[in-house]
Design a binder for this molecule. Structure first.
Ligand SMILES: [Zn+2]
Length: 101
């Protein structure tokens, strides 16, 4: 895309998610963030009112998932945007439950 912009002189707009439900960069996002001329962040709000910067993934029984394949197509039934604080609290609860069982 950089070649299209620089050599052919065609503007390119890209959209993507920054991180997955584990807080890891998507590989495509890595290069978009590294090479983009301009970044515009579309903000979402956590239920507590803070900026939602993380995404929780839920399984079919409504439990937060801390592991799994990076890509799993789904909508509001599977993904919830939350702030870092509530993401970390939810993941700690999952890890504690896994440790107890
Ligand atoms: Zn929150």
């Amino acid at each position: 895309m950089c070649y299209i912009v620089d050599d052919i002189d065609i503007p390119v707009l890209c959209y993507g998610l920054r991180t997955d439900f584990k807080g890891e960069l998507f590989s495509g996002s890595h290069y978009l963030l590294a090479w983009a001329d301009k970044l515009v962040e579309l903000k979402t709000i956590c239920y507590c009112g803070r900026k939602a910067s993380r995404v929780l993934r839920y399984d079919g029984q409504g439990r937060v998932m801390s592991d799994g394949a990076q890509i799993d197509i789904g909508g509001n039934e599977k993904y919830v945007s939350v702030c870092r604080k509530h993401y970390n609290e939810a993941i700690r609860e999952v890890k504690a439950a896994e440790y107890r069982s």
